[in-house]
Design a protein around this ligand. Sequence first.
Ligand code: GLU
Length: 444
Amino acid sequence: MTMHEFMEKIEKRNPGEELFIQAVKEVVETVWDTYINNPRFVKNNVLERMIEPERIIIFSVPWVDDQGEVQLNRGIRVQQNSAIGPYKGGIRFQQSVNVSTLKFLAFEQTLKNSLTTLPMGGGKGGSDFNPTGKSDSEIMRFCQAFMQELFRHIGPQTDVPAGDMGVGAREVGYMFGMYKKLANNFTGVITGKGLNWGGSRFRPEATGFGTVYFAQEQLKTKGTNFAGKRVAVSGFGQVSWGATIKATDLGAKVVTLSGPDGYIYDEKGVSGDKIKYMVDMKLSNRNVVKDYADKFGVPFFPGKRPWDVKVDIALPCATQNELDEKDAKTLISNGVICVTEGANMPCTPEAMHLFKGAKILYAPGKASNAGGVSTSCLEMAQNATHCSWTGEEVDAKLQNIMKSIHEQCVIHGIEADGFIDYVKGSNIAGFMKVANAMCDQGVV
Ligand code: GLU
């Protein structure tokens, strides 16, 4: 079978699922040679089996809003692959969420989790619930209603959800509370918990910190670092927040943040109290970044993305396909040296190819944003042994994990001229581990 025929089969099986096909295609293109030249992988049909989720649970989530009206949303959990550990991955609450979105994320998560070197399978869940403008009580009732069904499908050795877009510490708390009540079991079934009840130090910061640690490793290969660099960050949620803190700590200046409404440009840099304000913006549930411009008197560019600004480093931390071909061209002509993804699949395939062609340091999210889920696994380890590690211990482990992900990317992605293809490197490394585990475990 040729790669083209293989992809045709996958596209036929998943009609109209554009995001899922985009994610799968990128992986298939880079792992095909590894797959087809390994008789054991071919005999076990591992690539096709890895692409197909092991199970998808779809359920209705009826809940009552503040006006007493009954609302309905759809809940979904994609349990993608359990070859190397229990399903693991976040929950996303966003109006546009559908099965295709969550299948793309669960597939990416499977390879990402494999890369972390930790024992986690891949999964993702969510709902088309839109948190924007909802009251705290509405958020609580929705989270409880969502967990009323999800609780029977998850467990610390089965499937361990966490946060993602629209799901932070507050939502994790409400979901955990309902799980505990229904299961009559206080256990590490969900990560991103509060520090007083089983959470890990640095989990909120971990994805953003990890992204910067990964970028640091990339910059090291060129003999440079974050000190004195201008950085464009997109988004203003948890990942952007963590990345801004760490990049600033390392001496860089973060000059942009963005939201669905546009972007802000802060020439002096997002630092100190302005970073704290990012948390308030998130908790306000307004989902607009313009509030930052109004509060600190900096320029706001409505309807625009931050990639027009001249920077050395770009950290796309908002959402999928937020940086396209045109943006990539602008960044390259403005002299960007490093593009490291904090979000999942924020660069379009065209943008990725341009970065590769220009030999820019470019890292895909499945490698560079894996610090979040890695720290989730550290949280699971602490829960399982009823202990709590210090911030220093967790941070040191996180830095080591990011370094080892970078090393795997180099091993599998280095080219003859020394250029590191992080896309190829991360896909092959992530794929091999899961594929070998699937072969070892037989056709199940
Ligand atoms: N949602 C995060 C991710 O995309 C974290 C998942 C987790 O901690 O399980 O990797």
